[in-house]
Design a protein around this ligand. Sequence first.
Ligand code: G3H
Ligand code: 13P
Ligand code: ZN
Length: 326
Amino acid sequence: MNSPIPYPELGLVNTREMFQQAMAGGYAVPAYNFNNMEQLQAIVIGCVESSSPVILQVSGSARKYANPAMLPHMVRGAVAMARDLGSSIPMALHLDHGDSFELAKACIDTGFSSVMLDGSHHAFDENVRLTRTVVEYAHDRDVTVEGELGVLAGVEDEVSSEVSHYTKPEEVEAFVGKTGVDSLAISIGTSHGAYKFKLKPGEEVPSLRFDILEEIEKRLPGFPIVLHGASSVTPEHVALINRYGGNLESAVGIPAEQLRRAAGSAVCKINIDSDGRLAMTAMIRRVFAEKPAEFDPRKYLGPARDELIKMVQHKNSKVLGSANRG
Ligand code: G3H
Ligand code: 13P
Ligand code: ZN
C-alpha cells in the first residue's frame, strides 16, 4: 500500500471548527457532492466568490468514478486553485454515506478530513457498533465523523429505501454518547434525488418535521445536526431540462424557505447533490439543442460549470447563509 496521505497535507481541515462557527452564526455549511473536475471547480469557485466555507463531498461510487488514487490529487489541485484566487476559505473533504469500516479507513488514509458512517439501515446496536469502530480510527487521526439515525426515503448510495422512518428523538443521546460522533444526520422529511414528494394536483409540499428537529436540539444542546436530501430541485432547471428533450415530470424538492429555517437551527451541514446535477444537465441539454454541430466538451461542460457556480453562490448567500463566513 502507498503511504497514507494525512489531510492537512492537502490543505484541508476537518469539520469541527466549521460547525462551531456555523452553530454560533446561525447558518449551515454547504456540502456539495462532486464526481468530476468541472463540478469540483464550480463548487470551489462558487464558494471562493461567495467567501463560504465548503465541504467537498464524495460518495463511495463517486470515489470509484473519479478514481481513488486520483481523487486526493484533484482535491489538492482544488485547494491550490482557491489559494491562487487569493482565498483562505476552510475546505473539508468528506465521505458521503460510507457503508463500511474498510471504506471509511481507505478514505481517511487518502486525505479525507471527515467521513460519514451511514449505519441507519442497521438495528440501533449494530449502527452504534459500526459507527464506533470508525470513530476510533478517525479520531486518532483528527478526522471528524458523521453518523445517522433514522432512514430517508430514496437512494442512499448502495442502500435504497422505499419509505422513510423519522429519527426517534429518544435515541439520539444514547447514540451520540456511545459512538462519539461529531455530527448527526437525521430524518425529518427530506429524501434523496429529484422526486422527493408525490403531490396530487394543487397539493403543496409538506413541511419538514421541525417538531422532531426541536426535540433533538433540546436533547443535544449545541450539537451539530446534518440534513441530507436537501436539494430544492430548482424548478427553472427542471423546466429547461424538460424543454430541451428531457423528461423529469413531477420532480419536486425542499422549498428554500424551509432550508433557511433549518440553517438557522442546530443544522450545521446541508447536503446538496441533485441540484448541482440538474444545473449542469440543463445547460448541457440547452447547448446540444441549440448547437447540434458542437462536439468540443469545453463548449458544453463550460456553460454547465458556469451554471453550477451561479447555483453555489445563490445557495450560499440566499439559502444557507454561509456566504461571507469563510
Ligand atoms: O446521497 C447520495 C448522493 O446523492 C450520492 O449519490 O451515490 O449517485 O454518488 P451517488
Ligand atoms: P439531494 O439528492 O437532495 O441533493 O441530497 C444529497 C445528499 O443528501 C447527499 O448525501
Ligand atoms: Zn445523503
